[in-house]
Design a protein around this ligand. Structure first.
Ligand code: SF4
Ligand code: SF4
Length: 173
C-alpha cells in the first residue's frame, strides 16, 4: 500500500514537473521569435517622445531675430538657479531680438539643471525650449556651461530641427 502511494505521488510530481518545464520552454520559445525590445545604441538611436525634456536651445523668429527678450522669467522660475541672464537694450544699429531688450548674456549650467522644464513653461516668448537631444555626456566639466552661442546652435548629430515657433521635426539621417 505504501509502495503504491509512493509510485502515484512520483507519477503526479513527474507530470507537474513536465508541465512546468513545457510552460517555461514555451515562454523561452515565444521570446525567441518575438521582435527585440532593445536597440543597439549608438548605432541605432531612439526617436524620443515629442515632450521629452533634453538639451535646451534658444529659438529665433522667422526673420532670424532672437526670441529671447531678456526678461529673466526663466531664471526666476528655475528651482535650482542654473540660468544666468543679463539683458541689454536693442538699438536701431544693433537689433538682436524683436522686443525692446535682448539677452546680452544667457548661460545655463547643464550640470546643475534637473531638466524640469519650468524655464520653458515660464518663457512668454517660447524662446527657451528643451528638446530631444539627450547625448550630453562629456569628460570636460567646463562644456556644461552652455552659453548663448551654443544654445542658439543646433549641434550635430541632432535628430531634429526646431522652427521659429519651437516646434520640432525629426530629421532622418
Ligand atoms: S529645466 Fe528646470 S532646472 Fe533646468 S534650467 Fe530649466 S527651470 Fe532650471
Ligand atoms: S528665455 Fe524667455 S523667459 Fe528667459 S529671459 Fe528670454 S524671453 Fe525671458
Amino acid at each position: 500500500m505504501f509502495k503504491l502511494q509512493s509510485v502515484t505521488q512520483l507519477a503526479n510530481e513527474t507530470v507537474v514537473g513536465v508541465k512546468n518545464l513545457l510552460t517555461g520552454m514555451g515562454v523561452t520559445f515565444k521570446n525567441m521569435i518575438s521582435p527585440p525590445t532593445t536597440q543597439c545604441y549608438p548605432e541605432i538611436k531612439r526617436e524620443m517622445p515629442a515632450r521629452y525634456r533634453g538639451r535646451h536651445f534658444l529659438t529665433r523668429n522667422s526673420e532670424g531675430l532672437e526670441n529671447c527678450v531678456g526678461c529673466e522669467l526663466c531664471a526666476a522660475n528655475c528651482p535650482v538657479g542654473c540660468i544666468h541672464v543679463e539683458a541689454a537694450e536693442n538699438s536701431e544699429g544693433n537689433r538682436v531680438s524683436k522686443g525692446e531688450r535682448y539677452a546680452r548674456v544667457y548661460e545655463i549650467n547643464l550640470l546643475r539643471c534637473i531638466y524640469c522644464g519650468y524655464c520653458e513653461e515660464a518663457c512668454p516668448e517660447d524662446a527657451v525650449i528643451l528638446r530631444e537631444h539627450y547625448e550630453l555626456a562629456n569628460y570636460d566639466r567646463d562644456c556644461y556651461i552652455a552659453d548663448k552661442e551654443e544654445l542658439l546652435t543646433y549641434p550635430e548629430p541632432n535628430q531634429f530641427r526646431v522652427n521659429y515657433l519651437g516646434n520640432t521635426t525629426v530629421v532622418k539621417k
